[in-house]
Structures are given as structure tokens and as C-alpha cells.
Write a protein that binds this ligand. Sequence first.
Ligand SMILES: Cc1cc2nc3c(=O)[nH]c(=O)nc-3n(C[C@H](O)[C@H](O)[C@H](O)COP(=O)(O)OP(=O)(O)OC[C@H]3O[C@@H](n4cnc5c(N)ncnc54)[C@H](O)[C@@H]3O)c2cc1C
Length: 569
Amino acid sequence: MSYTSPVAEFRFLLDHVLAYAKLAQTETFAEADAETTDAILTELGRLCDDVMAPVNRAGDLTPAVLENGVVRTSPGFKDAYQAIAEGGWLGISADPEFGGMGLPQVLNTAMNEMMSGACLALQLCPLLSQGQIEALEHHASDELKALYLPKLTSGAWTGTMNLTEPQAGSDVGALTTKATENGDGSYAVTGQKIFITWGDHDVAENVCHLVLARLPDGAPGTRGISLFMVPKFLPDEGGNPGERNDLRVVSLEHKLGIHGSPTCVMSFEGAKGWLVGKENGGMAAMFTMMNNARLGVGAQGIGVAEAAYQHALAYAQERVQGKTPLGKGAIIDHADVRRMLATMKAEIFAVRAIALACGLSMDMAKAGNDPHWKARAALLTPIAKAHGTDIGCEVSSMGVQIHGGMGFIEETGAAQFFRDARITPIYEGTNGIQAMDLVGRKMMDGGEAAFRLLQEVEDCAENARTQLAELANPVWDAAETLREATEWLVAQDASTRNAGAVPYLRAFARVLGAHYHLKAAIADPQGARARLAKVFIDRILPEHSSLLVQARAGAEQLYALSPEDLESA
Ligand SMILES: Cc1cc2nc3c(=O)[nH]c(=O)nc-3n(C[C@H](O)[C@H](O)[C@H](O)COP(=O)(O)OP(=O)(O)OC[C@H]3O[C@@H](n4cnc5c(N)ncnc54)[C@H](O)[C@@H]3O)c2cc1C
């Protein structure tokens, strides 16, 4: 399917909205200067548009299949994956010591978005490898790092993440997969994992599974979980794929979307594995991978939204229907279609800025070891994941709507974006769990990180009041309302917070989105950026106040409605 990577949009955001240039002034990211950044984004854009996007439809129409215990991927996927690997893109943010480029996470986020817009089903493969690389960099022994990191970074081997079991989904602590010591430094891992993305394939020579399992003396719940590296082929003395390990794909799932991504039921049958991190320290190690993947999944939602928008815009420019207020013309001139397109574009801009700001905060934290940036990144991660993926679904749904009846017909391709996007609010921690993380763990500082960010939003609006009053005043007011709601929230018990978590997260995203639109308008006060900001601030931002009413509503009326009431009402 046709897709054009929004390279110029990334450049605008990095240069005019996010103060990206600060990164190149740090020792850690000195190489991320304007020239390198341009070259990276342009090259990635070419790969996504010319190599990945053309296989997107084939992945949907010809899903991966399990043949004689081996997964065969969709037509064209192997070549496209090889192009990703040969470009060195698996290691864009990986440690140069093991072959990575060491570039900032914010560029990685842009890459993940572009790749997802081009072909989400294929992008999942490099996304999981990236997360595994980061987990190993932080938690693996030197021996494991030396063996696995160069292979994963080059793309010769790929990574997976094995948490979910039939009885252990959101409740990871309920897992029953076991690990016992073999006596030679390795462990035998036994159990069944479900929904394992890219759990097997034919695009690379080895599949490295990071598996959560419990040692015999592991405590119940998440405290007693350890993490193991369990490769499909055991590395031989030369570090090449050797003997086959005792694990297999039981079946592949038939899914609503991302058909080209093999989702595997995996059986580990005394498979040989090696501990990553400390015994019973599995959740901490896996969290490194999950945090990376959460921002990556947020970027997935944004990427699919962008692709759906481009598709819908092209259709709206061509489809002629009825008389529009501007005379006889294409449907883009009907007010309601214009509303949908404007909403899509404004939503994508806002959430893209949030995701990039999250990546940038991770980079600033890494470069300066600054706790404030670390707290900022932690605060923004659940917002980027949940809101990015919600917008992916909403925008791709609007994309179907703009196509009218043709949107419901598979051949136009609009439906694929809608179906593909639907998984993103579910995996990598459902969006409900993300929102609970925001109002729970991320507010354990009494809301300090949130208040610090809101202060920046208010200061920016304050400074823009004279030049752009119509835009700046509502942003300042909204930030103040959110501040008050946050003060209220941090004083509540867990149940009250959780009942309002999802609307609170969305309200936060509304305020941040308006803030970034205002910054864009400041950079382009007479131009299209300011006009788009007006759409967001006039039509979308006001939602924050009703969301905050819901956020403050508490849990009482929800639990007053009994399960029986839900049946009969
Ligand atoms: C296509 C696909 C790919 C996947 N890839 C992987 C993978 O590579 N590796 C892997 O390990 N897993 C993977 N998963 C699993 C995925 O992460 C889980 O499906 C997800 O975490 C939700 O778990 P669950 O399906 O058991 O739903 P449940 O946990 O049963 O949740 C059902 C509903 O209850 C809500 N809920 C559950 N607990 C709570 C709570 N405490 N508070 C409030 N609400 C709650 C949820 O938000 C959700 O709405 C994949 C799933 C799919 C469908």
C-alpha cells in the first residue's frame, strides 16, 4: 500500500517544538547533529516507503502459516526484513560496543512510527528485538551480552518476549512456567506461553526468547519471577546456531488484524535457558523491555493513524458526491469530511509530539543521569502508549468513515488499518493498565513530575498570551484545571483513582496536545500550523473538562451497580 513517511513533520517537531538540538550538546548524543538526523530520517523514510509499505497488503491477505512445525512468513517479508537488518536499523539506539548506532530514543521512536505506518505486522519483529537488546544491555551477564547482542543488533537473530500464559495475562504474577537448574550454569524451562509475537519465522537464522518463569523456591506473585534467555537454536562454540532447543510452536492464532505477524502458542519442554539478571529479579529486567516496547507500541498507533490519514485524504480529494458549500467538488469540501480530516491531522500531530517528547526525556535522562528527566519519561510513557494507540484506532476508524461504503470493503485497504490498529490498545499492558500506572506508580511522587510538566505548559501559554491570545488562554486554563484535578487525585485512595484513570490520562493527553500545538503555532503564527492548532484548541481540547468530571467521579456509583444490574438493565 502506498505510504509516505512524514519526514518533514518529524524535522519540524524536533526543531521547533521539542528542543531536540539540546541532545547533540550532550556527550552521549553528540553525533545526533542536524545533518546526521536528516540523513537518518531520510534514509528511513526511503526504506519504509519503498520496501516495507509494498508488502503490507500481502501480509494481510496471506498470513504467516505453520508448516511442519516451522513458521513461514508472508510474501516479501523476508526480503523486507533483510533490508531492515542490512541498514543496521535494529541497532539504531543500541550500544555501539555491540554494533549499534547509539542514536537517541527519540529517533528510534520516529523510526518505529514510520515502520508501523508502512507495515505494522512486520515492524513488530524489529520492535521486539530492540526491546530485548535494551533488556540485555541493562541486565545480562557480560558473557550473554557478548554472545547475543551482536547477533540481535545486526538482525541475524531476532528477539521475543514471553510473558503471557492462559491464566496469566494482565496478572503476570499468576504465571506457572517453571525453571530448574541444570547444574552447569543453565536452566531447564518448562511451560506454555500464548500470544507470542514473532515466536517463530523464516526471516532470520535464530529466535531468542526472553521467558519469564519461576524457580522452585520462587515466591508466589511477581516477586518470585526470574527471566531467562531461551534460544531456538543453542549457540555452538563459535557462537553460531547449533543444536535445536526443546521448544516448539504449538499453533498460530487467527487474528482480527496484523495477519502478517505470527502470533504463536509456544511450548517450552525443558528448554535450555540462561538467567538474565538476578534470580527472582525477572520483573525488573522485563520492565526494561516493556518500557521500551510501550513507547514503541504508542508509536505503532500513531504510524497506523498517519497511514490511514494519508489514505483517507487521497480518497476525499478524488471522490465527488453532491454539492459542497464550495460548489460541485470532491467530498473534502463537505464540512463534515473536512472536520474528520482536520481532526485526524490535529490528533496525529498532538500525539506524535507526546511520543517524541517521551523519547527525548528518556534520552535526556540517559545523557545527564538527571532524575527529573527520568521522572518525565516515566510519566509520559503510559500516556504515549495509551493515547497513541487510542488515536490509532480512532483515526483509522475515521479513515473508514471517510471512505463511506468503500471503507467497509476490504479492497480499498482502509479496513486493514482499522483492523491492524485494534490490537495496539490491548498488548503491552492494556490501556486500562497504562492509565492505572499513570495515576498509581507515576503519582507516587505526590504528583511532582506532573506538576513540573504542567508548570512548563502554563509558562509557555503565559508567554504566548500577547501574541496568540486566542490559542494561549484556553491552554493556560486547561492546564490549571488539570493541575487542580491532579491535586485532588493524589489525595484519593487507589480505588477512586483507578475508576477515573482512563479519563484522567486522556485529559492529560488533551492538555499536552494543546501545548504542543501552541508551540507549533508560535513557530508559524500566520501559517497552517496555527490554523491546525486552532482546530485542536477550539474543538478537541474542550473535551478535557468533561473527562476530568469523569476522572473525579469516584468508584462508588460503579460498584453500586451490581453484576445482576448489569445483566438486567
Ligand atoms: C496479537 C497479540 C500479540 C501479543 N504479543 C505478546 C507477546 O509477544 N508476548 C506476550 O507475553 N504477550 C503478548 N500478547 C498478550 C497481551 O500482552 C495480553 O493479551 C494483554 O496483556 C492482556 O492480557 P489478557 O489478554 O489476558 O487480558 P486480561 O488480563 O484477561 O484482561 C481483560 C480485560 O480486563 C482488564 N483488566 C485485567 N486486569 C485488570 C486490573 N488489574 N485492573 C483493571 N482492569 C484489568 C483489562 O484491561 C482488559 O480490558 C499478545 C496478545 C495479542 C492478542
